[in-house]
Design a protein around this ligand. Structure first.
Ligand code: ADP
Ligand code: 5GP
Length: 234
């Protein structure tokens, strides 16, 4: 029997409203054999969310029981609720020969990188603070107070960008989806150590443009827009 190949773990983090869910949904339609890790959470379902689809919604007592039983690869408290990735998701992906995509916050990403340094981490950034604010409003999911809280949290989270392998500046959606797909595929090509075809080489080359070291000089104005207080508060 051929041993199952180790799954690649992709971690994607972003300040709320950057467009991460939109990008992930598009990516999952394009890339085969990539499973989305459906986290456990103690928060209540929102809008049309269904148990077992976006999240496994569980009571706090059940989540705490899972922590005690060491069932989580990582878990964190985000906005007052527990969120966690079950260890079994990784095993299930391995059995299917699939890779696993984790949509988790910066605390969870740091925990995974400590345990599994070979995990591939991607940080999604909005083009600037104003655009993030506009996207949060456009989504019409939150009241004003929550939008303001998300913006403050975003300013803090963004400072963790340099702990990630890749940075994706989500400006034009179609381009961002392509870049995300390039990153995922390039990492797959890199693992078996076989010679690459010409088209695979091009994908690797494009993915390299999103490497942290290659994006750094474009980040200054974005970070600055979050560090400066918004005009109304000046
Ligand atoms: P997140 O999952 O990061 O909180 P969403 O995927 O919910 O963010 O996106 C927030 C809003 O921004 C949504 O209304 C979405 O349609 C929109 N959006 C996402 N990416 C882009 C983009 N590149 N350009 C314009 N609007 C976008
Ligand atoms: P939301 O409640 O808006 O779906 O998610 C809030 C935040 O929790 C997002 O930043 C999301 O990435 C993060 N999150 C979702 N699942 C997990 C998880 O399993 N672990 C961690 N650490 N964060 C998670």
């Amino acid at each position: 029997m051929i041993p199952a190949r180790k799954p690649i773990l992709y971690i994607i983090s972003a300040p709320s409203g950057s467009g991460k869910s939109t990008l992930v949904n598009e990516l999952l339609k394009l890339v085969p054999a990539l499973d989305f890790s459906i986290s456990y959470t103690t928060r209540a379902p929102r809008g049309s969310e269904q148990n077992g689809k976006q999240y496994h919604f569980v009571p706090r007592t059940e989540f705490e029981q899972m922590i005690r039983a060491d069932e989580f690869l990582e878990h964190a408290n985000v906005f007052g609720n527990y969120y966690g990735t079950a260890r079994r998701f990784l095993k299930e992906a391995e059995q299917k020969g699939h890779d696993l995509l984790l949509d988790i916050d910066v605390q969870g990403a740091a925990q995974i990188k400590k345990k599994l340094p070979e995990a591939v981490s991607i940080f999604v950034l909005p083009p600037d603070r104003k655009t993030l604010e506009w996207r949060l409003r456009k989504r019409s999911e939150d009241v004003e107070e929550v939008i303001q809280r998300r913006l403050v949290t975003a300013s803090r989270e963004i400072e963790n960008y340099d702990k990630y392998n890749y940075i994706l500046i989500n400006d034009v959606l179609e381009k961002s989806v392509e870049s995300l797909q390039d990153i995922v595929l390039a990492e797959r090509f890199g693992r078996p150590g076989r010679p690459l075809t010409e088209s695979e080489k091009q994908i690797v080359e494009r993915a390299e443009r999103c490497r942290l070291a290659n994006v750094k000089d474009r980040l200054g104005p974005i970070l600055e827009s979050f560090r400066k207080p918004p005009p109304a508060a000046q």
